[in-house]
Design a protein around this ligand. Structure first.
Ligand SMILES: NC(=O)c1ccc[n+]([C@@H]2O[C@H](COP(=O)([O-])OP(=O)(O)OC[C@H]3O[C@@H](n4cnc5c(N)ncnc54)[C@H](O)[C@@H]3O)[C@@H](O)[C@H]2O)c1
Length: 394
Protein backbone atom coordinates (compact mmCIF):
# COMPACT_ATOMS: atom_id res chain seq x y z
CA UNK A 1 0.00 0.00 0.00
CA UNK A 2 1.40 3.42 -0.98
CA UNK A 3 -1.31 5.68 0.37
CA UNK A 4 -3.66 5.47 3.32
CA UNK A 5 -7.16 6.10 2.02
CA UNK A 6 -8.94 7.48 5.02
CA UNK A 7 -12.63 8.17 5.61
CA UNK A 8 -13.75 10.55 8.37
CA UNK A 9 -16.82 9.56 10.39
CA UNK A 10 -18.23 12.74 11.95
CA UNK A 11 -17.31 16.01 10.20
CA UNK A 12 -18.13 18.34 13.08
CA UNK A 13 -15.67 20.56 14.93
CA UNK A 14 -12.59 18.36 15.14
CA UNK A 15 -13.63 16.23 12.13
CA UNK A 16 -13.59 19.37 9.96
CA UNK A 17 -10.16 20.31 11.28
CA UNK A 18 -8.91 16.81 10.34
CA UNK A 19 -10.59 17.14 6.93
CA UNK A 20 -8.81 20.44 6.24
CA UNK A 21 -5.50 19.10 7.45
CA UNK A 22 -5.59 15.94 5.30
CA UNK A 23 -7.17 17.59 2.25
CA UNK A 24 -4.46 20.26 2.19
CA UNK A 25 -1.84 17.53 1.79
CA UNK A 26 -0.16 18.08 5.17
CA UNK A 27 -0.05 14.35 5.95
CA UNK A 28 2.36 12.55 3.73
CA UNK A 29 1.00 9.23 2.46
CA UNK A 30 -2.58 9.98 3.55
CA UNK A 31 -5.44 10.78 1.19
CA UNK A 32 -8.95 11.85 2.18
CA UNK A 33 -11.10 9.30 0.31
CA UNK A 34 -14.59 9.83 1.78
CA UNK A 35 -16.50 11.35 4.68
CA UNK A 36 -19.65 10.52 6.59
CA UNK A 37 -22.01 12.57 8.76
CA UNK A 38 -25.67 12.28 9.67
CA UNK A 39 -26.01 16.04 9.24
CA UNK A 40 -26.38 17.02 5.57
CA UNK A 41 -25.01 20.50 6.32
CA UNK A 42 -21.74 18.97 7.43
CA UNK A 43 -21.55 16.98 4.19
CA UNK A 44 -22.24 20.17 2.21
CA UNK A 45 -19.34 21.75 4.06
CA UNK A 46 -17.10 18.78 3.19
CA UNK A 47 -18.07 19.08 -0.49
CA UNK A 48 -17.35 22.80 -0.43
CA UNK A 49 -13.79 22.10 0.71
CA UNK A 50 -13.26 18.99 -1.43
CA UNK A 51 -15.51 19.06 -4.52
CA UNK A 52 -16.37 15.55 -5.70
CA UNK A 53 -15.48 13.91 -2.40
CA UNK A 54 -17.68 10.81 -1.81
CA UNK A 55 -20.06 11.63 1.08
CA UNK A 56 -22.14 9.18 3.12
CA UNK A 57 -24.87 9.63 5.71
CA UNK A 58 -24.46 6.08 7.07
CA UNK A 59 -20.99 5.07 8.24
CA UNK A 60 -21.72 1.39 7.57
CA UNK A 61 -22.18 2.22 3.88
CA UNK A 62 -18.90 4.13 3.81
CA UNK A 63 -17.11 1.26 5.55
CA UNK A 64 -18.28 -1.31 3.02
CA UNK A 65 -17.91 1.02 -0.01
CA UNK A 66 -14.40 -0.22 -0.78
CA UNK A 67 -13.28 3.42 -1.06
CA UNK A 68 -11.35 3.52 2.21
CA UNK A 69 -8.86 1.33 4.06
CA UNK A 70 -8.84 3.38 7.28
CA UNK A 71 -11.41 5.27 9.35
CA UNK A 72 -11.00 8.34 11.52
CA UNK A 73 -13.77 8.29 14.14
CA UNK A 74 -14.74 11.79 15.32
CA UNK A 75 -18.36 11.40 16.39
CA UNK A 76 -19.55 12.15 19.96
CA UNK A 77 -17.73 9.92 22.46
CA UNK A 78 -20.58 7.54 23.39
CA UNK A 79 -20.51 6.39 19.74
CA UNK A 80 -16.75 5.81 19.53
CA UNK A 81 -16.62 2.11 20.45
CA UNK A 82 -19.53 0.92 18.31
CA UNK A 83 -18.35 2.92 15.27
CA UNK A 84 -14.71 1.89 15.61
CA UNK A 85 -15.67 -1.79 16.18
CA UNK A 86 -17.70 -1.80 12.99
CA UNK A 87 -14.76 -0.42 11.00
CA UNK A 88 -12.18 -2.77 12.56
CA UNK A 89 -14.33 -5.85 12.14
CA UNK A 90 -14.75 -5.01 8.44
CA UNK A 91 -10.98 -4.93 8.01
CA UNK A 92 -10.23 -1.18 8.29
CA UNK A 93 -7.49 0.47 10.33
CA UNK A 94 -8.91 2.90 12.87
CA UNK A 95 -7.84 6.15 14.47
CA UNK A 96 -10.38 7.05 17.15
CA UNK A 97 -10.79 10.45 18.78
CA UNK A 98 -10.39 10.73 22.54
CA UNK A 99 -11.85 9.52 24.87
CA UNK A 100 -11.91 5.91 23.66
CA UNK A 101 -15.59 5.83 24.73
CA UNK A 102 -17.33 6.65 28.00
CA UNK A 103 -17.02 3.43 30.01
CA UNK A 104 -14.18 1.03 30.68
CA UNK A 105 -16.45 -1.84 29.58
CA UNK A 106 -16.96 -0.36 26.12
CA UNK A 107 -13.27 0.50 25.78
CA UNK A 108 -12.36 -3.08 26.67
CA UNK A 109 -14.78 -4.42 24.04
CA UNK A 110 -13.20 -2.11 21.45
CA UNK A 111 -9.69 -3.22 22.44
CA UNK A 112 -10.70 -6.87 22.06
CA UNK A 113 -12.18 -6.22 18.61
CA UNK A 114 -9.03 -4.34 17.59
CA UNK A 115 -6.82 -7.18 18.79
CA UNK A 116 -8.85 -9.77 16.91
CA UNK A 117 -8.74 -7.66 13.72
CA UNK A 118 -4.96 -7.28 13.72
CA UNK A 119 -5.43 -3.83 12.14
CA UNK A 120 -3.66 -0.60 13.15
CA UNK A 121 -5.58 1.03 15.99
CA UNK A 122 -4.61 4.48 17.26
CA UNK A 123 -6.16 7.17 19.45
CA UNK A 124 -5.96 10.95 19.07
CA UNK A 125 -3.98 11.80 22.20
CA UNK A 126 -2.40 14.73 20.38
CA UNK A 127 -0.87 16.21 23.55
CA UNK A 128 1.52 13.25 23.67
CA UNK A 129 3.36 14.98 20.79
CA UNK A 130 4.26 17.90 23.07
CA UNK A 131 8.03 17.66 23.74
CA UNK A 132 7.60 18.82 27.35
CA UNK A 133 5.46 15.82 28.27
CA UNK A 134 7.69 13.46 26.29
CA UNK A 135 10.75 14.74 28.22
CA UNK A 136 8.95 14.37 31.57
CA UNK A 137 8.08 10.79 30.69
CA UNK A 138 11.66 10.07 29.69
CA UNK A 139 13.00 11.46 32.98
CA UNK A 140 10.52 9.61 35.20
CA UNK A 141 10.68 6.26 33.37
CA UNK A 142 14.48 6.27 33.29
CA UNK A 143 14.57 6.66 37.08
CA UNK A 144 15.67 10.30 36.84
CA UNK A 145 13.65 11.33 39.91
CA UNK A 146 14.21 8.04 41.72
CA UNK A 147 11.28 6.49 43.57
CA UNK A 148 8.00 8.39 42.93
CA UNK A 149 6.74 10.31 45.99
CA UNK A 150 4.04 12.70 44.80
CA UNK A 151 2.30 14.03 41.67
CA UNK A 152 0.20 17.17 41.53
CA UNK A 153 -1.50 18.39 38.37
CA UNK A 154 -3.58 21.55 38.55
CA UNK A 155 -5.16 21.88 35.12
CA UNK A 156 -7.83 24.52 35.52
CA UNK A 157 -7.39 26.52 32.33
CA UNK A 158 -10.10 24.61 30.49
CA UNK A 159 -12.46 27.59 31.08
CA UNK A 160 -15.88 27.42 29.39
CA UNK A 161 -18.79 29.90 29.61
CA UNK A 162 -22.48 29.16 30.07
CA UNK A 163 -22.87 30.18 26.43
CA UNK A 164 -20.55 27.30 25.40
CA UNK A 165 -22.72 24.86 27.32
CA UNK A 166 -25.94 26.47 25.97
CA UNK A 167 -24.74 26.18 22.39
CA UNK A 168 -26.78 22.98 22.19
CA UNK A 169 -25.77 19.58 21.01
CA UNK A 170 -24.78 16.54 22.95
CA UNK A 171 -22.32 18.42 25.16
CA UNK A 172 -22.42 18.42 28.95
CA UNK A 173 -25.26 15.93 29.22
CA UNK A 174 -25.14 12.49 30.80
CA UNK A 175 -26.95 10.92 27.86
CA UNK A 176 -25.22 12.84 25.06
CA UNK A 177 -21.69 12.99 26.42
CA UNK A 178 -21.59 10.71 29.46
CA UNK A 179 -19.96 13.35 31.66
CA UNK A 180 -18.41 16.81 31.80
CA UNK A 181 -14.87 18.09 32.11
CA UNK A 182 -13.53 14.59 32.89
CA UNK A 183 -14.78 13.22 29.56
CA UNK A 184 -14.47 16.23 27.30
CA UNK A 185 -11.53 18.43 28.23
CA UNK A 186 -9.40 16.49 30.74
CA UNK A 187 -8.91 13.09 28.99
CA UNK A 188 -5.69 14.47 27.48
CA UNK A 189 -4.31 15.35 30.91
CA UNK A 190 -5.53 12.16 32.59
CA UNK A 191 -3.82 10.23 29.82
CA UNK A 192 -0.56 12.18 30.18
CA UNK A 193 -0.72 11.89 33.96
CA UNK A 194 -0.75 8.08 33.78
CA UNK A 195 1.59 7.99 30.73
CA UNK A 196 4.24 9.92 32.64
CA UNK A 197 3.71 8.83 36.27
CA UNK A 198 2.09 5.39 35.91
CA UNK A 199 -1.43 4.34 36.81
CA UNK A 200 -2.61 4.85 40.39
CA UNK A 201 -3.99 1.88 42.31
CA UNK A 202 -6.66 3.79 44.26
CA UNK A 203 -8.84 6.82 43.51
CA UNK A 204 -10.89 9.07 45.79
CA UNK A 205 -12.63 12.02 44.17
CA UNK A 206 -15.01 14.96 44.37
CA UNK A 207 -16.74 15.56 41.03
CA UNK A 208 -18.95 18.60 41.56
CA UNK A 209 -21.85 18.68 39.12
CA UNK A 210 -23.14 22.01 37.81
CA UNK A 211 -20.98 23.90 40.31
CA UNK A 212 -20.17 26.86 38.04
CA UNK A 213 -22.64 26.37 35.19
CA UNK A 214 -26.24 25.41 34.70
CA UNK A 215 -25.45 21.87 33.58
CA UNK A 216 -26.13 18.38 34.98
CA UNK A 217 -22.59 17.05 34.59
CA UNK A 218 -19.43 17.87 36.55
CA UNK A 219 -17.47 21.07 35.90
CA UNK A 220 -15.10 20.94 38.88
CA UNK A 221 -13.08 17.91 39.96
CA UNK A 222 -10.49 17.00 42.57
CA UNK A 223 -9.00 13.50 42.39
CA UNK A 224 -6.81 12.05 45.11
CA UNK A 225 -4.71 9.11 44.00
CA UNK A 226 -2.52 6.51 45.63
CA UNK A 227 0.18 4.57 43.76
CA UNK A 228 1.35 1.01 44.42
CA UNK A 229 4.61 2.17 46.05
CA UNK A 230 2.70 4.42 48.50
CA UNK A 231 3.20 7.64 46.50
CA UNK A 232 0.23 10.02 46.41
CA UNK A 233 -1.25 12.23 43.70
CA UNK A 234 -3.73 15.05 43.26
CA UNK A 235 -5.39 16.00 39.97
CA UNK A 236 -7.54 19.14 39.89
CA UNK A 237 -9.49 20.29 36.87
CA UNK A 238 -12.29 22.77 36.23
CA UNK A 239 -14.09 24.70 33.49
CA UNK A 240 -15.09 27.39 35.97
CA UNK A 241 -11.82 29.12 36.83
CA UNK A 242 -10.29 32.18 35.19
CA UNK A 243 -7.48 32.62 34.29
CA UNK A 244 -6.75 29.09 35.52
CA UNK A 245 -3.49 27.21 35.83
CA UNK A 246 -1.65 24.42 34.07
CA UNK A 247 1.06 23.15 36.39
CA UNK A 248 2.35 19.60 36.73
CA UNK A 249 4.73 18.77 39.57
CA UNK A 250 6.25 15.33 40.05
CA UNK A 251 8.57 14.63 42.93
CA UNK A 252 10.62 11.61 43.79
CA UNK A 253 13.41 10.51 46.08
CA UNK A 254 16.02 11.75 43.58
CA UNK A 255 14.50 15.07 42.54
CA UNK A 256 11.57 16.71 40.82
CA UNK A 257 10.08 17.74 37.50
CA UNK A 258 7.82 20.79 37.18
CA UNK A 259 6.06 21.81 33.97
CA UNK A 260 4.52 25.27 33.95
CA UNK A 261 4.29 28.15 31.46
CA UNK A 262 5.68 26.02 28.65
CA UNK A 263 8.89 25.20 30.52
CA UNK A 264 10.12 22.05 32.23
CA UNK A 265 12.39 22.36 35.26
CA UNK A 266 14.21 19.21 36.31
CA UNK A 267 16.07 19.27 39.60
CA UNK A 268 18.27 16.22 39.99
CA UNK A 269 19.55 15.63 43.52
CA UNK A 270 23.21 14.62 43.78
CA UNK A 271 22.28 12.30 46.64
CA UNK A 272 19.00 10.47 47.03
CA UNK A 273 16.82 12.16 49.70
CA UNK A 274 16.46 8.83 51.54
CA UNK A 275 20.25 8.67 51.94
CA UNK A 276 20.38 12.34 52.97
CA UNK A 277 17.68 11.71 55.57
CA UNK A 278 19.43 8.80 57.20
CA UNK A 279 23.08 9.70 56.51
CA UNK A 280 23.38 13.47 56.99
CA UNK A 281 24.27 14.77 60.44
CA UNK A 282 22.83 18.26 59.81
CA UNK A 283 19.19 18.95 60.75
CA UNK A 284 18.12 20.88 57.63
CA UNK A 285 20.79 20.65 54.95
CA UNK A 286 20.62 22.61 51.67
CA UNK A 287 19.57 20.46 48.75
CA UNK A 288 22.43 19.81 46.34
CA UNK A 289 21.16 19.30 42.85
CA UNK A 290 21.79 19.89 39.14
CA UNK A 291 19.11 21.80 37.28
CA UNK A 292 17.94 21.32 33.71
CA UNK A 293 15.59 23.86 32.15
CA UNK A 294 13.88 22.71 28.98
CA UNK A 295 11.86 25.22 26.99
CA UNK A 296 11.14 23.77 23.53
CA UNK A 297 10.59 26.24 20.69
CA UNK A 298 7.61 24.33 19.36
CA UNK A 299 4.68 22.75 21.18
CA UNK A 300 4.86 19.68 18.93
CA UNK A 301 2.88 18.64 15.89
CA UNK A 302 -0.34 17.98 17.83
CA UNK A 303 -3.20 16.50 15.75
CA UNK A 304 -1.19 16.50 12.52
CA UNK A 305 1.59 14.64 14.36
CA UNK A 306 -0.78 11.85 15.39
CA UNK A 307 -2.25 11.66 11.86
CA UNK A 308 1.25 11.39 10.35
CA UNK A 309 2.27 8.78 12.94
CA UNK A 310 -0.88 6.76 12.10
CA UNK A 311 -0.15 6.94 8.35
CA UNK A 312 3.43 5.79 8.96
CA UNK A 313 2.20 2.90 11.11
CA UNK A 314 -0.24 1.74 8.41
CA UNK A 315 2.22 2.13 5.54
CA UNK A 316 5.48 1.06 7.13
CA UNK A 317 4.56 -0.65 10.39
CA UNK A 318 5.97 2.22 12.48
CA UNK A 319 5.26 2.32 16.20
CA UNK A 320 2.21 4.31 17.33
CA UNK A 321 2.83 7.15 19.76
CA UNK A 322 -0.70 6.68 21.08
CA UNK A 323 -1.93 3.10 20.59
CA UNK A 324 -5.73 2.86 20.80
CA UNK A 325 -5.37 0.15 23.45
CA UNK A 326 -4.04 2.77 25.87
CA UNK A 327 -7.27 4.80 25.75
CA UNK A 328 -8.69 2.59 28.48
CA UNK A 329 -6.13 3.80 31.05
CA UNK A 330 -7.39 7.36 31.47
CA UNK A 331 -11.00 6.14 31.27
CA UNK A 332 -10.36 3.83 34.21
CA UNK A 333 -9.28 6.87 36.23
CA UNK A 334 -12.31 8.97 35.24
CA UNK A 335 -14.82 6.12 35.71
CA UNK A 336 -13.33 5.45 39.16
CA UNK A 337 -13.44 9.18 40.01
CA UNK A 338 -17.17 9.35 39.21
CA UNK A 339 -17.91 6.22 41.20
CA UNK A 340 -15.92 7.47 44.18
CA UNK A 341 -17.67 10.83 44.09
CA UNK A 342 -21.11 9.24 43.79
CA UNK A 343 -20.55 6.71 46.57
CA UNK A 344 -18.23 8.67 48.89
CA UNK A 345 -15.80 5.72 48.87
CA UNK A 346 -12.34 5.06 47.49
CA UNK A 347 -12.17 2.90 44.36
CA UNK A 348 -9.35 0.44 43.62
CA UNK A 349 -7.74 0.20 40.19
CA UNK A 350 -8.05 -1.84 38.12
CA UNK A 351 -11.77 -1.54 38.89
CA UNK A 352 -13.45 -4.76 39.95
CA UNK A 353 -16.29 -6.03 37.74
CA UNK A 354 -18.61 -5.17 40.60
CA UNK A 355 -17.44 -1.53 40.62
CA UNK A 356 -17.67 -1.33 36.84
CA UNK A 357 -21.27 -2.56 37.05
CA UNK A 358 -22.09 -0.12 39.85
CA UNK A 359 -20.60 2.77 37.87
CA UNK A 360 -22.63 1.89 34.78
CA UNK A 361 -25.84 1.50 36.81
CA UNK A 362 -25.42 4.94 38.39
CA UNK A 363 -24.49 6.55 35.05
CA UNK A 364 -27.60 5.03 33.49
CA UNK A 365 -29.74 6.42 36.33
CA UNK A 366 -28.33 9.89 35.69
CA UNK A 367 -29.04 9.56 31.98
CA UNK A 368 -32.66 8.70 32.76
CA UNK A 369 -33.32 11.60 35.09
CA UNK A 370 -31.41 14.25 33.16
CA UNK A 371 -33.08 17.62 33.52
CA UNK A 372 -31.12 20.54 32.14
CA UNK A 373 -31.15 19.78 28.45
CA UNK A 374 -31.64 16.93 26.04
CA UNK A 375 -29.14 16.14 23.31
CA UNK A 376 -30.36 16.88 19.80
CA UNK A 377 -29.01 14.97 16.81
CA UNK A 378 -25.87 17.04 16.45
CA UNK A 379 -24.20 20.14 17.76
CA UNK A 380 -25.51 23.55 16.74
CA UNK A 381 -22.18 25.36 16.67
CA UNK A 382 -19.43 23.77 14.68
CA UNK A 383 -15.92 25.14 14.30
CA UNK A 384 -14.80 24.59 10.76
CA UNK A 385 -11.15 25.31 11.20
CA UNK A 386 -8.46 24.39 13.69
CA UNK A 387 -9.38 25.89 17.05
CA UNK A 388 -6.80 27.10 19.54
CA UNK A 389 -8.94 25.66 22.35
CA UNK A 390 -7.54 22.25 21.29
CA UNK A 391 -3.95 23.30 21.89
CA UNK A 392 -1.93 22.86 25.08
CA UNK A 393 -2.17 26.12 27.01
CA UNK A 394 -0.09 27.28 29.92
N1 LIG B 1 -8.30 15.51 20.17
C1 LIG B 1 -8.83 16.70 20.36
O1 LIG B 1 -8.13 17.67 20.63
C2 LIG B 1 -10.32 16.87 20.24
C3 LIG B 1 -10.87 18.16 20.07
C4 LIG B 1 -12.24 18.27 19.92
C5 LIG B 1 -13.05 17.14 19.97
N2 LIG B 1 -12.49 15.91 20.16
C6 LIG B 1 -13.33 14.70 20.25
O2 LIG B 1 -13.94 14.49 18.97
C7 LIG B 1 -15.27 14.02 19.12
C8 LIG B 1 -16.21 14.97 18.38
O3 LIG B 1 -16.16 16.25 18.98
P1 LIG B 1 -16.59 17.59 18.19
O4 LIG B 1 -16.29 18.71 19.08
O5 LIG B 1 -16.02 17.57 16.82
O6 LIG B 1 -18.18 17.36 18.12
P2 LIG B 1 -19.23 17.92 17.05
O7 LIG B 1 -20.56 17.76 17.65
O8 LIG B 1 -18.78 19.26 16.57
O9 LIG B 1 -19.06 16.88 15.84
C9 LIG B 1 -19.56 15.57 15.86
C10 LIG B 1 -20.09 15.26 14.46
O10 LIG B 1 -20.48 13.89 14.45
C11 LIG B 1 -21.67 13.80 13.66
N3 LIG B 1 -22.36 12.55 14.01
C12 LIG B 1 -23.08 12.27 15.12
N4 LIG B 1 -23.53 11.00 15.08
C13 LIG B 1 -23.08 10.47 13.91
C14 LIG B 1 -23.20 9.19 13.29
N5 LIG B 1 -23.88 8.20 13.86
N6 LIG B 1 -22.60 9.00 12.09
C15 LIG B 1 -21.91 10.00 11.48
N7 LIG B 1 -21.77 11.23 12.03
C16 LIG B 1 -22.33 11.46 13.22
C17 LIG B 1 -22.45 15.05 14.03
O11 LIG B 1 -23.46 15.36 13.08
C18 LIG B 1 -21.33 16.09 14.09
O12 LIG B 1 -21.14 16.73 12.85
C19 LIG B 1 -15.52 13.95 20.64
O13 LIG B 1 -15.38 12.65 21.10
C20 LIG B 1 -14.47 14.86 21.24
O14 LIG B 1 -14.06 14.47 22.53
C21 LIG B 1 -11.15 15.77 20.31
Amino acid sequence: METVKIGIIGVGGIGSAHLNCIASGKISGMELAAVCDIDEKRLEYARSVCPGLPCFSDYREMIKSGLIDSALVSVPHPLHAETACEALSKGLNVLVEKPEDITVGRARALNETAKKSGKVFGIMFNQRTNPLYARAREIVSSGGIGELKRTVWVITNWYRTQSYYDSGGWRATWSGEGGGVLLNQAPHNLDLWQWICGKPCEITAFCDEGKWHNIDVEDDVTIFARYKNGATGVFITSTGELPGTNRLEISGSRGSVVIERGRLTYKKLRTDEREVCTGCKESWPQAEYDEEIYEPKSAGKAHAGILQNFADAVLRGGELLAPGYEGINELEISNAAYLSSWTGKSVSLPMSMEDEGEFERRLFERQKRESTKKPPESAQQTHKTYSERWEVRF
